[in-house]
Design a protein around this ligand. Sequence first.
Ligand code: PLP
Length: 457
Amino acid sequence: TAKNKAMTERLVEWDKKHYFHPTTPLKEQQAKGPAHIFTHGKGIHVTDVYGKEFLDGVSSLWNVNVGYGRQELADAAREQMMTLAYGSSFFNNSHDVVIRLSQKLASMAPGDLNVSFFTSGGSESNESAIKIVRHYWKMKGQPERKKIIALERSYHGVTMGATSATGVPEFKNMITAIAPDFLHALPHQTECELGDSSAPGYERSIRGIIEKEGPETIAGVILEPVQGVGGIQIPPEGYLQAVRQLCDEYGILMMTDEVITGFGRTGKMFGVEHWEVVPDLMSVAKGITSGYIQLGAVMMTDRLRDELADLSDNVFFHGFTYSGHPTACAVALKNIEIIENERLVDNAKQMEQELWKGLNYLQDTHKIAAKPRAIGLMGGIELLADPDNGTTFEPSTFAAPAVVEECAKRNLILRPLIFGGLNVIAIAPPLIVDKQDIETIIATLSDSIQAFEQRVM
Ligand code: PLP
């Protein structure tokens, strides 16, 4: 209707005038307004202000694991707000919901990761992990152990420590200074990490860097079990175990970032379970509430907490006003109940096979589609100008964004990952998808790749 049209035009205008978007090409927003204005979500679908319905093939930001429109989650939030709207855990206070969630997470997490510190998201969780690790070494009387080794291509968030740990250069190049004492290693160099100093890239491996810098200067290593934003990079078998061994060898703390991989995304409850590795600290966020409300946590081992408690009589001076927010904790508990009751982790594992079938089909059907990868419902396909000799597309071609735009025309939302000259299309739908949904995603993506091929090839 004319009234709706006028309202929509006003929303576009206000967006351009008053809204500074996160991680957005500002010039494009100012010129064209927002790409989509969404108003509704139900199951795996979202609807925009024009009434157009899309299949959300990436769970928004890989976080809406249980899908949209869950009454139980809304009820849990409402009930908690009416019961205890806010409760801080500063100065040794606590409340029932945060205690229950801490216990629940301990029962789920691998090994002896039994203790949680709460935040409002992934960046804050990694930021907290980095500070806890440095605090630990300071308390241990080894303050020179302050360097953090992360991986190239990694994404750990946008607060200053998380930005500094991040290995995707675009997120750092935009500012003039990052935090000191962060080093970056080549990802997934299993042979080097196992100690083969003749393996290519050794000096730039985690082990090579530790040896060069001196292990007595290294506080911790941080890595994603599967790199997400960096292009869906699944480590080779044995890599995570090798890093665990390496950290043990030098007494370095291992931090894993499960912000995407946690809560079923990869077909296990947590990503490290694929390799039976238990880190010393583990960051989670996103899927912990399926995006219904802000929450993150950094989990740590009993041993680490016990040592920290023994080492100091002082206050641990780190905490957010919203650490352990009751409403967020109540939603997390209900969300985890849904994931467990509906066996969504098993579903992610089963759907991986359908995803592989589809990705292999894309590779077989389209010359430019290559290097399919998937672990659970975290998958992707790479676009290459010439897969036979590995030639990438010119950055100006914007291959993956162009294909994703074609998908949007066909009512499918996917995400291009274009950092470091890559053109990967990420597929990470809500964990409630069935075989038919995966087929729809693949068929639509296939049509979209074809439309792009016809335009540029
Ligand atoms: N770590 C990883 C692996 C992520 O993918 C993200 C976000 O995409 C973050 C950390 C940052 O989380 P947040 O955006 O909640 O701060």
